[in-house]
Design a binder for this molecule. Structure first.
Ligand code: GLN
Length: 552
């Protein structure tokens, strides 16, 4: 029978429930178990696809085209759990489904209520993942215990253990144990209150994972154990990891979290094999090279807006035993201050995806700078579209070339809307979304990196390269090295005379893992190392110091 692990969070938001859940998932998989990961988000939006990156961070896209919470990115990077639209539900979807059933008359005249109709719907989406082949479903409940929106979810997971039997369910609660400088003490009261709130609802957590800046003493753990009614060994410290998020699973392993989960769920397993993860961290700790990469985007001041890009750069760094010094630069600043002031000295420049006009000219100026100065350049989605606009304007001499997303009246719409998009008015879930195949040109940088000419990558866009301009762009030296299998959509462009200038219409960052860096990110970082060495001679130790190492 499939076992269920529910992960809730208390005291404050942004505690890293996603990372903790993903880490537990990884440890259980390394113990030989088959795991499925799921996130239930209490907000009312149907999905995060229409939410601002400032509000919600990155929208993470799955193979099946669902636009999901960024925690699913952690799940994919840490585990092998296949993710589909069943892996992320929101209150909007739960209600939509219940209301549709009501309209179809499925409730036979009954009054439709939060309990049992909404809670039953929540339980049914959890059950969906529990087929015979699955040992453990890990379901993370978004938000913080005490939020009004969370209540139906907590009620549903409370009922769940009665439905499937207490021994088949486990509740893991993540809390904060803050350090008060003035008192020089860790404070356990917020944790006690948060567990108190859970118990009011009828959930006694089985395991408490405590986020803390400082090590917790035995006394503090004993106090929490006593007041929160848990065994001492079930109070687990999760200290902040400044160095890398990939330390989290190893640290939870050292605190025996995975062993405890298995013991409490009655799962007989082997010790996890963590050699590969230890090796990754080893490489991260002992880099042989150092390169500086500028990510120039609209939301560069928001840490989560390009989450998967930063992670993918990190993976490429690990694969190349290279420390990535990352600078997040706002494209608006490039617009106002000029590229020379902000971008000189970088070993690589990446322009990520995005929507909306703000900062667009800064992105175009960034591409021009990278192209003219021979700095390795990687454009992703909107970054690729900006590269085409820049090339059209400054190489093909089409001075007013633009994307119709930003200038509907341009005489040279080198980027225009996909045909299938023309008549769509709804914003949610209506872009070209999800995994699609592409074929690559033999001998291109892209084909070299992938070591194949057939790939599948995830998309999330409405606009594309206008085929009317393809010949003109190519005649001036831009190479189209990847297209959709029928050749009708441009997927990759390259500049052959440049050290590494590759831009893609899709989002490769969603498929990068710490254990297998994405080939294009790896190739980009390789090129940045080469550029760095060419600039500085053989020694790579003196990279630009104006930017900081990646931290998440
Ligand atoms: N705004 C562009 C489009 O819709 C690019 C999207 C993106 O970068 N994800 O085509």
């Amino acid at each position: 029978m499939t076992k269920h692990l529910f992960v809730t969070g208390g005291v404050v938001s942004s505690l890293g429930k996603g990372l903790t859940s993903a880490s537990v998932g990884m440890l259980l998989e390394q113990r030989g178990l088959t795991v499925r990961m799921q996130k239930l988000d209490p907000y009312i939006n149907v999905d995060p696809g229409t939410m601002s990156p400032y509000q919600h961070g990155e929208v993470y896209v799955l193979d099946d085209g669902s636009e999901t919470d960024l925690d699913l990115g952690h799940y994919e990077r840490f585990t092998n759990s296949p993710l589909t639209r069943d892996s992320n539900y929101t209150t909007g979807q739960i209600y939509q489904s219940v209301i549709n059933k009501e309209r179809r008359g499925e409730f036979l005249g009954k009054t439709v209520q939060v309990i049992p109709h909404i809670t039953n719907e929540i339980k049914s989406v959890i059950h969906k993942l529990a087929d015979e082949s699955v040992d453990v479903v890990i379901t993370e409940i978004g938000g913080t215990v005490g939020d009004i929106e969370s209540l139906p979810y907590l009620e549903a997971i409370r009922q769940f253990s009665n439905d499937v039997g207490k021994g088949n369910c486990l509740y893991l609660h993540l809390t904060l144990v803050p350090y008060l400088k003035a008192a020089r003490e860790l404070k356990t009261k917020p944790t006690q209150h948060s567990v108190g709130q859970l118990r009011e609802i009828g959930i006694q957590p089985d395991i408490l994972v405590c986020r803390t800046e400082q090590p917790m003493s035995r006394e503090e753990c004993e106090k929490i154990s006593l007041f929160c009614n848990l065994e001492l060994e079930a109070v687990i410290e999760e200290r902040d990891k400044d160095f890398s998020i990939y330390e989290v699973p190893l640290s939870l392993y050292e605190h025996r979290l995975d062993a405890l989960v298995c013991q409490k769920l009655g799962l007989q397993t082997q010790e996890p094999d963590l050699d590969m993860w230890r090796d990754l961290l080893q490489r991260l700790r002992n880099p042989k090279h150092e390169v500086s990469i500028a990510v120039v985007g609209k939301y560069a001041d928001h840490r989560d807006a390009y989450k998967s890009i930063y992670e993918a750069l990190d993976h490429a760094g690990m694969a190349n035993t290279t420390q990535i010094r990352l600078a997040r630069i706002r494209s608006e600043d490039v617009e106002s201050k000029g590229p020379e002031r902000l971008l000189a000295g970088f070993d690589g420049i990446l322009v990520p995806g995005g929507f909306g006009e703000r900062g667009i000219e800064g992105k175009v100026a960034t591409v021009r700078y990278a192209r003219e100065k021979g700095i390795p350049f990687f454009g992703i989605c909107l970054g690729m579209q900006c590269a085409v606009v820049e090339f059209a304007r400054n190489v093909c001499d089409l001075k007013d070339a633009h994307s119709t997303e930003f200038d509907k009246e341009t005489n040279n719409p080198v980027i225009c809307m996909l045909d299938e998009q023309q008549s769509i008015t709804d914003k949610g879930g209506t872009m070209r979304l999800g995994a699609q195949p592409a074929k690559l040109a033999e001998g291109s940088h892209a084909a070299e990196c992938y070591a194949t000419t057939e790939v599948s990558e995830r998309h999330r866009h409405r606009f594309e390269v206008n085929n009317v301009y393809r010949q003109q762009l190519e005649a001036h030296g831009l190479q189209i090295t990847g297209t959709s299998p029928d050749g009708s959509l441009v997927e990759i462009i390259e500049l052959p005379d440049h050290r590494w200038f590759v831009a893609v219409q899709y989002h490769p960052e969603f498929k990068s893992k710490p254990t297998s860096a994405h080939p294009l990110f790896k190739g980009f970082v390789d090129a940045a190392i080469g550029h760095h060495k060419a600039k500085h001679g053989k020694s790579a130790a003196d990279a630009d110091s104006s930017c900081s190492p990646i931290t998440h």
